[in-house]
Design a protein around this ligand. Structure first.
Ligand SMILES: Cc1cc2nc3c(=O)[nH]c(=O)nc-3n(C[C@H](O)[C@H](O)[C@H](O)COP(=O)(O)O)c2cc1C
Length: 164
């Protein structure tokens, strides 16, 4: 059954952090497809994301205090699907799903996606557990919007739609 609040735009959130892999701490880059996200204030610009609290990405964002919201074109849905089936624990997730990273303009402990139409670089000002998710409220320290294109919207399960 389709959820009442779908379809929702899918973004790819990028983050970087240390994870424990076989008793060793290693730096990993993570990409999370998210449909639960929202602008939260205009002055100063703020943006919120909601991440399942058991995801490695939630720990990485807590630890680094930063994340990037990448707004992607519809064709990137295929990469988002792959991001669900590839765990970043043993492989380079970005390489495995065929996306490419670029340095941020302002943030040091994060990266952005080359495939993005635009992006928001955010510093966490607050995080709060909300049931099974963590709300990260981010202050937007840099934003960029390039040429626009059709965006991906999650409808239900494996179904995605786009704008005209
Ligand atoms: C279309 C779509 C939307 C999603 N939206 C969210 C979301 O808003 N919040 C969230 O925590 N997970 C969401 N997920 C699931 C996470 O992206 C997924 O659990 C994560 O990529 C798993 O990564 P890992 O196994 O490397 O930890 C969504 C997945 C898809 C495909």
């Amino acid at each position: 059954m389709t959820l009442i609040y779908n379809p929702r735009q899918v973004v790819l959130v990028s983050c970087r952090g240390n994870v424990q892999i076989m008793n060793r701490m290693m730096e990993r880059d993570e990409v999370l497809p998210l449909s639960w996200h929202s602008p939260s204030a205009s002055h100063p610009p703020m943006y919120s994301i909601f991440v399942q609290k058991n995801l490695g990405g939630a720990e990485m964002i807590k630890e680094s205090g930063v994340f990037v919201v990448n707004f992607v074109p519809f064709r990137v849905v295929e990469h988002a699907r792959k991001a669900m089936s590839v765990s970043g624990e043993y492989v380079d997730k970005l390489e495995a799903i065929g996306l490419h990273e670029l340095p941020c303009e302002k943030l040091v402990d994060c990266f952005r996606l080359k495939e993005a139409l635009g992006w928001l670089e955010c510093e966490v000002v607050e995080h709060k557990e909300v049931g099974d998710h963590v709300l990260f409220l981010g202050k937007v320290v840099h934003s960029f919007m390039g040429v626009d294109d059709k965006r991906p919207f999650h409808v239900d399960g494996d179904e995605f739609a786009t704008t005209k």
